[in-house]
Design a protein. Structure first.
Length: 317
């Protein structure tokens, strides 16, 4: 089709005698091809300029392609050279968990990604069980702990960046339960997540201002704890309000939260005492910046959390 268009625009006329069939005299083959080429060039004086324009366009495209490739290579190189921050996380919704598509998400993940972007760091998330926090740091498997870890009781154990959030530790009971206050937990069975700070609080009730319960049942997940509550294996569940509300929100008439929260917990990012103090301070500054510019509030709202909820006479911060 392109040749036909060219032929219509630039009709070919013979420059040498034609034979009876209307073809150029000669032996054909290469000579005929040579003939047509000469004839095309002779009859189209503008053809040279058109070819020149075409070559220029090709050069420009080639230069553009080279520039794009160089930019891509530079960006890849920059990403490869970007320092890595290995972050220890634990599957604990809504802080860090898999969504319906099987992808990891959560407020801790998004806060960490935003903070690392501002620090020109590349986050690498390492998923570990709750009980391996300190060991992961000491073995050099991770650089920090970013897994809904309360700063309370660990002030001297780690270097801290934060707090970046506050969460309340609360108790959930069935709607028809006769448990109305924390004091009513005395002699009852309480479910908690295994190896969590909440478990430690109920193991040492006097220091936490809690009553002595009859039994502490530790579960691998919050979902298992709620199953036990529904089946009557435990009388109450204790843990972070944000994590428990994922389950109570689906059935608000089936559960009741006690009138008094157990504790307000400041959540921070933990580093070993001998970690890079400059890095810890930079992260602390960025987390404070994210709080002040509204980024933290915006990300929390995506997961049904609020940083400004008044509770028991005080704010989260």
């Amino acid at each position: 089709m392109r040749s036909q268009i060219k032929d219509e625009l630039f009709p070919l006329e013979p420059l040498c005698p034609l034979n009876e069939t209307g073809q150029p005299e000669g032996r054909g083959g290469a000579e005929e091809l040579h003939f047509v080429r000469r004839k095309y060039a002779a009859r189209n004086p503008k053809n040279g300029a058109a070819c020149s324009d075409g070559r220029k366009r090709m050069k420009r495209c080639a230069l553009l392609l080279i520039c794009l490739l160089l930019c891509f290579a530079a960006s890849c190189g920059a990403e490869e050279e970007m320092p890595e921050l290995r972050i220890r996380v634990t599957v604990y919704a809504p802080f860090f968990y898999r969504n319906a598509d099987g992808q990891f998400t959560g407020v801790d993940l998004e806060l960490a990604e935003e903070a690392c972007a501002r620090l020109n760091l590349r986050p690498a998330f390492v998923v570990l069980e709750l009980g391996k926090r300190r060991a992961a740091l000491e073995n050099g498997d991770v650089d920090c702990l970013w897994d809904a870890l309360s700063m309370n009781g660990h002030e001297d154990e780690f270097q801290w960046a934060g707090p970046f959030l506050h969460s309340w530790r609360v108790v959930i009971v069935r709607a028809e339960s006769d448990i109305q206050t924390l004091g009513d937990l005395r002699g009852k069975r309480v479910g908690v997540q295994a190896r969590s700070t909440t478990e430690g609080l109920f193991m040492r009730p006097e220091s936490a201002g809690l009553p002595q319960v009859e039994q502490i049942s530790a579960f691998d997940t919050v979902g298992e704890a709620f199953t036990a509550l529904r089946k009557g294996y435990v009388d109450a569940i204790a843990g972070y309000e944000n994590a428990l509300q994922i389950y109570t929100g689906d059935a608000p008439d089936e559960y009741r939260e006690l009138d008094m929260g157990v504790q307000s917990e400041p959540l921070g990012v933990a580093f070993l005492p001998d970690a890079d103090g400059e890095l810890v301070q930079r992260l602390d500054d960025v987390l404070d910046e994210m709080m002040r510019d509204g980024t933290t509030a915006r990300l929390c709202e995506r997961f049904g959390m609020s940083i400004n909820v008044e509770r028991h006479g005080g704010d989260a911060f």
